[in-house]
Design a protein around this ligand. Sequence first.
Ligand code: NAD
Length: 498
Amino acid sequence: MIEYGHFIGGKNVAGKSGRKQDVLQPMDGSVRGSVALASRDEVRAAIENAKAAQPAWAATNPQRRARVLMKFLELVARDNDELADILAREHGKTLPDAKGDIQRGVEVVEFALGVAHLMKGEYTEGAGPGIDNYSVRQPLGVVAGITPFNFPAMIPMWKFAPAIACGNAFILKPSERDPGVPMRLAELMLEAGLPAGILNVVNGDKEAVDAILDDADIKAVGFVGSSDIAQYIYSRAASTGKRVQCFGGAKNHMIIMPDADMDQAVDALIGAGYGAAGERCMAVSVAVPVGKATADRLVEKLIPRVESLKIGPSTDPSADFGPLVTKQALERVKGYVDLGIKEGAKLVVDGRGFKMQGYENGFYMGGCLFDEVTPDMRIYKEEIFGPVLSVVHAHDFEEAVRLPSEHEYGNGVAIFTRDGDAAREFASRVEVGMVGVNVPIPVPVSYYTFGGWKRSGFGDLNQYGPDAIRFYTKTKTVTTRWPSGVKEGAEFAMPTMG
Ligand code: NAD
């Protein structure tokens, strides 16, 4: 049995609160270990450690800070198989998918290597007579990240790599469901040369989160998780004057135009709809064929593909997807399928009865496909977060633009077409933060930025890319004047640059 405590001041420390929770292995439903749930005092201890360590780290020149991240990348590559194994066992996703989770985080660390360049300020010589203006970016101090279960490698790296590269100290509160990878990443950062106290992992639940939100020494909070919690964290942390960026849930649509290559579109839907058992914030959960003929062709091709999805334990490299994360998640998703039937949607593939031979206690279900879903149904409005795809028919292009635009979530959207004009107009008009054209999961590369609109994102700056550097630094602008010659005396009018 593994016992996860916390990683504070460069050391693994046992939890002291007396509260802990099981860490499960979803592929067979067994208990893998336990995770300590931190008290307010334990969170405070981590913050004090971080606060003491941060000034020296901020004073370390940015190239040296980047070198620690460079070494960290080497160590992540060295331990890639081990990290993927922990990830697959605690989350339930397959090993190849776990490696993708790690890789997408690694790419943001690679971006953060450029911090010396990214943090450069601006300089204007001669902004006025004898006056120069310049700006510098300085770290905020101690910042925190609160992350979800579904990308336990990628999202912690999205948060801590840019923050630490900028000279901040970081408190990570990962999901209590799969803490193993975040804990290993913190150990690897230390091994890479990061000073103790700069990256702390505090495991816990609402008590630990609230302690972070209320602490005056935390200057910024980045959150990723479900929308109601995102909104709660956004308002509570902002009320204490912190910078906050919170990313929430999603309902990502994929539009299939009549001229789309149907085989490509079906392949894309199968991968993006059912990969990771649909437990991705960028999963496609709504397919929108335009016109009846497109819908008929799409559903006809989708049915056999959904029926033949290969579900397997996380350690089976040939599985398309593995189990869901917990029994409660499984029951919730199956509950949505029951609800969809009651609401009048047509369940054309029913995966509810799937049992994994030899792994009867695992949290498995087969892929489900609904046809004739309408926008008034709860299965359309709400995030299901499971291997369930809904087909919603659109009569024309206008309706296809309107559906994702009017949905309360606005994370990702895709259009499949061969018509450049339709694609261009769609990308321009749709009210969603990330758009794919013949790309089903449009997660931007690490030097752009990631963020949804509406209830998928609270705050004004995105994650990773240049926005992350802005989020984790504050700008100071200096106006200098070195007068020469005769002093002119006091000026009482508002100074201008003439
Ligand atoms: P979650 O909201 O349950 O948990 C996220 C984090 O918040 C965890 O660390 C958890 O411990 C903490 N938390 C949970 N309840 C809390 C409470 N009442 N008060 C304070 N903190 C609390 O989300 P999850 O189930 O771990 O992750 C799945 C969700 O995350 C989905 O909705 C998914 O769409 C979303 N997600 C969004 C993005 C994005 O970038 N938009 C990326 C990945 C996942």
